[in-house]
Design a protein around this ligand. Structure first.
Ligand SMILES: Nc1ncnc2c1ncn2[C@@H]1O[C@H](COP(=O)(O)OP(=O)(O)OP(=O)(O)O)[C@@H](O)[C@H]1O
Length: 254
């Protein structure tokens, strides 16, 4: 069943430069899909169009049978509870505790006053603990977020997305600031979120081999156009060259 359908998507921030050009793809519920491409290809813009953090200019986005472009503010707020987001720099509130940051994921379900006063139900607090435990960081629940390592902070970011009870999680370069071992922990968690919890993951990545290892499908973007769509095993050196406009050996930093 299709969860997300992108049809003829176009985006430009300024009149002189088209960032996304006629982008088309479809993602099924529960799939793990990566977007790869060189810096500036439009990967972040693509993700942000899906929840309308960035307004797109052309085409259609259908998410969970809803036409995203036609939603009013109230409908958009509701839609965003179904779409979690994980960021490269975690986007946590550093001076607040881990558990408070996780509970921020419930904001979309609250009135502004409830959110500002930090009014959460016992059930929400239990769920936050359960998620922290699942991601192996429950012993840090009452620490300030800025006392945690990058990998731990990213796990808090994932818990905050999960407590929204999303159907889709958008991850914008979730491992770009992490060392290889923390990166593996994060990617393993994201993968099990899709396979065990059935939550669809759309992940922007810089590392081709990571995308190949974890993804059901890969989308290759070059200058805002989809130049590859397929499984990791179908991604040949020639395809990689088409995406990055460079030889694969040039992608290895020695
Ligand atoms: N708010 C904005 N206003 C104007 N131009 C923007 C804005 N955001 C992004 N751009 C431009 O859009 C292009 C695509 O940027 P985007 O961040 O989507 O690419 P990316 O593939 O995610 O790059 P990276 O891998 O470096 O994060 C770039 O040329 C960028 O300068």
């Amino acid at each position: 069943m299709s969860l997300l359908k992108i049809e003829g998507l176009g985006k430009s921030y300024t009149a002189d430069k088209q960032i996304l050009k006629n982008v088309n793809f479809e993602i099924k519920a529960g799939e793990f899909v990566s977007i790869i491409g060189p810096s500036g290809a439009g990967k972040s813009t693509m993700l942000r169009c899906i929840n309308r953090m960035v307004e797109f200019n052309e085409g259609k986005i259908i998410f969970n049978h809803q036409d995203v472009g036609s939603l009013n503010n109230k409908e958009l707020r509701k839609l965003r509870t179904n779409i979690g987001m994980v960021f490269q720099h975690y986007n946590l509130v550093p001076r607040l505790t881990v558990i408070e940051n996780v509970l921020h994921g419930r904001f979309g379900y609250k009135t502004t006053l409830q959110g500002v006063l930090g009014r959460y139900t016992e059930e929400e607090k239990e769920r936050a603990f359960y998620l922290l435990e699942k991601l192996g960081i429950h012993e840090h629940a009452y620490k300030r977020c800025d006392q945690l390592s990058g990998g731990q902070q990213q796990r808090v970011g994932i818990c905050r997305a999960l407590i929204q009870e999303p159907k889709l999680i958008l991850c914008d370069e979730p491992i770009a600031s992490l060392d290889p071992s923390s990166s593996k922990v994060i990617m393993d968690h994201l993968k099990s979120i899709s396979t065990e919890m059935g939550i669809t993951c759309l992940v922007n990545l810089h590392q081709v081999e990571v995308a190949q290892h974890y993804s059901d499908h890969i989308i290759g973007l070059n200058k805002g156009e989809v130049v590859f769509r397929g499984e990791g095993s179908e991604l040949s050196a020639e395809q990689i060259q088409k995406i990055y406009e460079t030889n694969t050996k040039d992608l290895i930093i020695e």
